[in-house]
Design a protein around this ligand. Sequence first.
Ligand SMILES: NC(=O)c1ccc[n+]([C@@H]2O[C@H](COP(=O)([O-])OP(=O)(O)OC[C@H]3O[C@@H](n4cnc5c(N)ncnc54)[C@H](OP(=O)(O)O)[C@@H]3O)[C@@H](O)[C@H]2O)c1
Length: 276
Amino acid sequence: MKIGRIGILGMGKMGEALAKGLQSSTDSKLFAIKGTTRSKESAAEAAKRLGIECHTDNAKLAAESEVIILCVKPHQAESVVRSIAPRLSPSKLVISICASVTCEQIAAWLAGSSAASVAIIRAMPNTPCLIGEGMTVFSGGANASNAHLEIAEKIFGTVGRTATVEESLMDGVTGLSGCGPAYIYLIIEALSEAGVKVGLPRKTATLLAAQTLMGSAKMVLERGEHPAALKDEVTTPAGCTIDGLMALEEGKLRVTLIKAVLAATKRSKSLRDNKI
Ligand SMILES: NC(=O)c1ccc[n+]([C@@H]2O[C@H](COP(=O)([O-])OP(=O)(O)OC[C@H]3O[C@@H](n4cnc5c(N)ncnc54)[C@H](OP(=O)(O)O)[C@@H]3O)[C@@H](O)[C@H]2O)c1
């Protein structure tokens, strides 16, 4: 399947990040990107910022795109999907990044239309996509083939790393990598406060905290070793690190982070039932 024309429905934070990633990709000549928003004003602003065509006609954009990426808020997804259904043909690919919206729900909104057998992929990106360091996880719906998943990987690979899981795991993905940047910012903020407490200027403390986090994350990704083995490398017998680690264990850091992911996963599940 040719990627060609990509229609991004919802040029908000995530839609725009994706458009920027695609524009700066080495494969940018392979894609033609257009977008939609709800209001004419935001369409005009997005068009100016990105230098692409942007309007408010979802059905028109869906009709002229090979790949349609749904980037509206979860509660807006159903009406947008229903509105584009008559303009979708089975050869198109619909990728939804809407948190908690399932491929089955999207298929149900398309049922009875000419788009009933369209390929659907659910994706969960995160905000570091804005700087090309995102993590996007996919799961394929009923009509999505490996070739469709490869297209999704190619598109979202322009804004970071990608992975694929069974759809039953997507709420957990939301709780871990989707919401994860917020947990990490909290940790950076806390480490920065600690730096201030031991006398460092705030700006220096924040730099130390953020760079330490980034460097450590890169060690995990690039060396491929278990994080515990890397932790042991830092921990000299009777040194300083083991005292710091003891304080973290006393504060139940690990179980607290596990509980954070569980809570967000549960919330992602309940969003589907529109529970407040
Ligand atoms: N933010 C995250 O960290 C994150 C991570 C993973 C997944 N997501 C998912 O990404 C989706 C978008 O999130 P976001 O943070 O990018 O939201 P956002 O910044 O609020 O953007 C939503 C966009 O959708 C547009 N829109 C609303 N109704 C529309 C309609 N009927 N037709 C066309 N466009 C319409 C809005 O246009 P107007 O500006 O004109 O209203 C806006 O451009 C959500 O489903 C969210 O679950 C977000």
